[in-house]
Write a protein that binds this ligand. Structure first.
Ligand SMILES: NC(=O)c1ccc[n+]([C@@H]2O[C@H](COP(=O)([O-])OP(=O)(O)OC[C@H]3O[C@@H](n4cnc5c(N)ncnc54)[C@H](OP(=O)(O)O)[C@@H]3O)[C@@H](O)[C@H]2O)c1
Length: 229
C-alpha cells in the first residue's frame, strides 16, 4: 500500500506505489508469488505504464510467479475498455515469469438491484449479466496464489448469469423495462447488456473456487428486508 500508516494493527505491510518503481522493487523483494491487482487509474496510458512498472520490478527482483487481475476479452481486444489490460497481459507473457491471468467480469457489487415503489425496473432488455462479486473473485485469487496447477494459465471468470426479470420473480415483484435516458458509463454498460454482450458463462470461477460462485439472485433474496415488496 502507499501509506503503511493506514494498515490495520498487527498486519505486516510494505510500501509500494505504482508510480514509484523503486518502492515496487523493495515491496516485491523475496516474494514467492505476486498478485498484481489492476490500478484504478482511469487514463489508459498511465494505467498501462503503472502495470508495466510493476512487472519490470517483479522481473528485477525475481518474484516466483505473477498473478494479474485482467478483464474478460482483454486477450483479444486491444482497444477501448480493455486497452491497458491487453497491454499488461502481453507484458506478463513477455516477462518470462511464471504467471496466471485471471480475467474478471464486471463486479456484481455495483449491480445489486433495488425494488422501488413495489416494482423492479431496468433498461437491460431482460438480457443476462455474468457479473461476479468481489468477495468470490478475491477468494479465487487467493486459491490461485496458494494452490498448485494454476501456472501458465488464463482464467475467464464469470458469475452465474442473471437478469433483472429473474430477480423480480425471485422477489415476487413486477418487472418493468424503462428507457435508458442517461449518457454516462452506466448507460454505455446497460447498452452492452441489452446487446447480450454479458451473457457468456464459463466454468472457470466455480472450478477455482471449488463451489458455485454467489449469484445476484441469492444475494438479493437473502438480504430482502422483511415485508418488502
Ligand atoms: N471488473 C469491474 O467491474 C471493476 C470495477 C471497478 C474496478 N475494477 C478494477 O479492479 C481494481 C480493484 O477494484 P477495487 O474496487 O478493489 O478498488 P478500490 O477499492 O478503489 O481500491 C483501489 C486500491 O488501489 C490502490 N492504489 C491506487 N493508486 C495506487 C498506486 N499509484 N500505487 C499503488 N496502489 C494504488 C489504493 O491504495 P491506497 O490505499 O494507497 O489508496 C486502493 O487500495 C481497480 O483498481 C480496477 O482496476 C474492476
Amino acid at each position: 500500500m502507499r501509506d503503511p500508516g493506514r494498515a490495520p494493527e498487527g498486519v505486516t505491510v510494505r510500501r509500494g506505489d505504482y508510480d514509484d518503481p523503486a518502492s515496487l522493487r523493495e515491496a516485491f523483494d523475496g516474494a514467492a508469488r505476486l498478485l498484481l491487482i489492476s490500478s484504478p487509474e482511469l487514463d489508459s496510458a498511465r494505467r498501462t505504464a503503472q502495470h508495466l512498472a510493476a512487472i519490470a520490478a517483479a522481473v528485477d527482483v525475481g518474484v516466483g510467479a505473477i498473478v494479474y487481475t485482467s478483464f474478460l476479452d482483454a486477450d483479444t481486444v486491444p482497444t477501448g475498455m480493455t486497452e491497458a489490460h491487453h497491454a499488461t497481459e502481453q507484458a506478463v507473457l513477455r516477462s518470462g515469469l511464471p504467471y496466471t491471468i485471471v480475467r474478471h467480469p464486471f463486479y456484481g457489487d455495483a449491480f445489486v438491484p433495488r425494488v422501488s415503489g413495489g416494482e423492479l425496473t431496468s433498461s437491460t432488455g431482460g438480457r443476462g449479466l455474468n457479473t461476479a462479486f468481489r468477495s468470490d473473485l478475491a477468494e479465487a485469487a487467493a486459491n490461485v496464489l496458494t494452490g498448485e496447477g494454476h501456472l501458465g494459465r488464463a482464467y475467464d471468470f464469470t458469475g452465474p448469469v442473471w437478469s433483472y426479470p429473474q430477480v423480480a420473480e425471485a422477489l415476487g415483484v413486477p418487472y418493468r423495462e424503462v428507457p435508458d435516458t442517461g449518457s454516462g458509463p452506466m448507460s454505455r454498460l446497460t447498452a452492452q447488456v441489452r446487446a447480450g454482450a454479458l451473457e457468456r458463462q464459463t466454468p472457470d470461477l466455480e472450478q477455482v473456487l471449488g463451489r458455485p460462485a454467489e449469484s445476484v439472485v441469492s444475494r438479493v433474496t437473502f438480504h430482502r428486508p422483511a415485508g418488502a415488496r
